[in-house]
Ligand binder design. Structure first.
Ligand code: FEO
Length: 397
């Protein structure tokens, strides 16, 4: 790993985390990067830092270019600890003249690091600083991803430092989008959007409209995670426009957990009913599929059918985990239904309907309960449930 010039006098100096597999509940099977950037001008600015455990990578990368003590400014676009964990050490090392951040950023840094004596310089949308030959303009992006978040735009180079937005959890020895397969990039960016930003979709739309209104000419987008978008930054922006509108296709997720395979048998028959109606199906066992992969599929799925056996008068715990997670990310405009096998009390299906309604899913068919093991008639009912949801998906378009 080494510092890399991404634009004239602008360097990537971040860290690659090949090993992280769990990012606050999101499965990062490809690891991630914590991107930080150095702008060298009459005044030198460090844009963001890295997670605490990677501070020596950051310092090593900066030292390839200059003595860190000669950095003048630190720009903190986002205070979440994957970007600021090494900040206290870097502030001690650099002794910056100023730390640029939003008002919420200052509050967040004080409540995280308890250092009111740091040289905070609060900025708001439209404020600019001159580094010499280059200008940095700030754009507040509240809740994308935290209340403190902002973008920094390097005017002369048409380079947007976008913090979490337009990022992805993808460790690589490559730093740029055109060095990686496009389908991999887009599916990884979609998973990131579904798991980090979906809940903020209305704000994403507002921000994209605001950026358009400001007439920012963007040649390159440098996020804080994953590759830098240099070949076609418009592609990730248009993907965000689509994802934030929560556009769906005729696709249905059948998500289930099972005790003795009866609920699984039901799930497979429900899939058959969906397929008969010509909709795309994803059968996802809660034992096999991670909640964040289910969420990634949910990004463009019109419907979710959830199944659980009844366990101790409740739904099965993995299903509760998944539905709680989905609820937090607030997918809009979905339809769904529920099903499950039971032995004697059989509360799960009613509870699943409650969960779905809580998420905001429109339950379009009566939940299907089958005692113990489905017989021929039971299988038929499962196929009918799948077909009913399939038809509702097609009619909803
Ligand atoms: Fe990559 Fe919201 O932190």
């Amino acid at each position: 790993m080494t510092a890399i010039e991404v634009k004239k006098d602008v360097y990537w100096v971040g860290a690659v985390d090949w090993n992280v597999r769990d990012f606050h509940g999101y499965s990062t099977e490809r690891g991630t990067t914590y991107n930080a950037y150095l702008i060298k001008d009459e005044k030198v600015a460090l844009v963001d830092t890295v997670k605490h455990d990677f501070k020596s990578d950051l310092v090593h990368n900066i030292r390839q270019l200059m003595d860190p003590a000669d950095i003048d400014y630190i720009i903190v676009n986002h205070v979440e600890l994957d970007h600021s964990g090494s900040l206290p050490m870097m502030v001690d090392l650099i002794k910056p003249e100023k730390i640029f951040c939003t008002a919420n950023g200052k509050r967040a840094m004080i409540s995280h690091f308890h250092r009111e004596d740091w040289p905070f310089e609060v900025v708001k949308t439209g404020d600019e600083i001159c580094l010499g030959s280059q200008t940095v303009r700030f754009i507040e992006t509240k809740m994308l991803h935290w209340p403190d978040s902002m973008f920094s735009y390097l005017v002369e180079e048409k380079l947007l430092f976008s913090s979490d937005a337009f990022g992805q959890h993808l460790a690589s020895s490559q730093r740029f989008d055109d060095q990686l397969p496009l389908d991999e990039l887009l599916s990884s960016a979609a998973k990131y959007y579904a798991n980090i930003l979906l809940v903020f979709s209305p704000l994403v739309q507002k921000l994209l409209a605001q950026v358009k209104e400001m007439g920012l000419d963007i040649e390159m987008i440098a996020p804080d995670h994953g590759p830098i978008w240099r070949s076609d930054p418009g592609l990730i922006v248009s993907s965000y426009e689509r994802w934030s509108r929560q556009e769906t296709v005729n696709k249905v997720l059948v998500v289930y957990d099972t005790m003795w395979k009866s609920t699984e048998k039901m799930a497979k028959s429900i899939c058959a009913g969906l397929e008969n109606e010509g909709v795309e199906v994803r059968l996802m066992s809660a034992r096999i599929c991670h909640r964040s992969d289910i969420m990634a599929e949910m990004l463009d799925a019109k419907a979710i059918i959830v199944g659980s056996a009844t366990l101790n008068n409740n739904i099965m715990p993995r299903i509760a985990d998944i539905l709680t997670y989905v609820k937090g990310l607030r997918p809009l405009g979905r339809i769904g239904a529920s099903f499950g096998s039971f032995g004697w009390s059989g509360e799960a299906v009613r509870q699943l309907d409650g969960y779905l309604e809580d998420i905001g899913v429109d339950v379009v068919a009566e939940g299907l309960r089958i005692k113990n093991v489905p017989d021929h008639d039971g299988y038929k009912k499962c196929v009918e449930l799948g077909a009913a949801v399939g038809r509702a998906v097609i009619e909803s378009k």
